[in-house]
Design a protein around this ligand. Sequence first.
Ligand SMILES: Nc1nc2c(ncn2[C@@H]2O[C@H](COP(=O)(O)OP(=O)(O)O)[C@@H](O)[C@H]2O)c(=O)[nH]1
Ligand SMILES: [Mg+2]
Length: 347
Amino acid sequence: MLTATAPRSLEDHSIDRPAPTEVLEVPMGRSVGLDPRSGDRVGNRAPERVAAPYVGRVFLLLGAAVGFLTAAAVAQAGSSPALWLFPSLSLLGLFFGAALRQWSARGSSRLPGSPTSGKLAVIIPARNEVTTIGDVVARIPRSDLRSQGWYTYVIVVDDGSTDDTARVAQRAGADVVWRHDSSRGLGAALRTGLEAAREDHAAAAVYLDADGEYDPEQIPRVVAPITRGKADYVLGSRFAGTRSGMRWQRSLGNRLFTALTVALAGCPMGDAQTGFRAFSQAALSRAEIIHDYNYAQVLTLDLLRKGARLTEVPIDYTARAHGRSFIRGPEYCRRVILGIVREMLAD
Ligand SMILES: Nc1nc2c(ncn2[C@@H]2O[C@H](COP(=O)(O)OP(=O)(O)O)[C@@H](O)[C@H]2O)c(=O)[nH]1
Ligand SMILES: [Mg+2]
């Protein structure tokens, strides 16, 4: 059953206890499909397209050509030219070209300026987080944010939970709950949240997990660089702040994937996997997530290539006390690396 929320003015979002909301279903095979205000079908609002810089394509082609020629030279010199040499070195060259494209895009493009006050979408993806979602929503510091010029608008994306997550979020004061009828993955859930924020004409957005690992009271801190007009994309860094209960394997994995992201992006950062991030309106309107499974590294590569200014702020992290992380080491590595390769070769 599709239902829509009654229209509410911007000012209504600033009050401490917002009006109760409905749960909106995201139709199968689509993302956000209804305007929560009118109930009209609006279709997916695609992120604004950004033309890839011409020089970027040249890098991709050059990389592949250099790889191919290297293979030819090696085959010529060796006694038995191996067939696998040509495709693998060409691919390697292509990937190297893609990294050069990433690096060069940072210097050549800039996102336009964004509002530094107005409607702030707080996006929370949740899957079976009935124990913590209510607390996370209730602890969002609406009045602090209001005093900084932001009207808070909380968007919970329930990714096919089999528990009462949606209802609890609703009762705790979420302004809108979008629900996937079955689980599509964390990347898909954030994509739905970003789309909902765009549909709702948010001036900025902040994203955090529903499991209580991040402190909602630190939202103003994460949004501060956007409030000051100093950044388009903010990462809340657990490695610059404090980490409680993060297992060493997780810590090591985070460090390795961060090093890979830094190398590919050509931009320093200390925590590429954080679940606490903020977006200016320009970043929000252009952000694309290439795979459904996850967003962490691909979203950063995407936004940096489009010219977003990235900043990190220290945040505190406490490992979840309830439920279980979706991350399983080998599956995560396989799917995330494939996602990164796709992102690096994407237009
Ligand atoms: N959409 C979606 N969200 C998920 C899934 N698994 C977890 N989440 C939510 O995404 C957030 C981060 O997931 P989590 O498993 O805690 O990842 P971790 O913090 O990196 O260990 C939490 O709010 C979860 O409720 C999933 O399969 N799909
Ligand atoms: Mg988590």
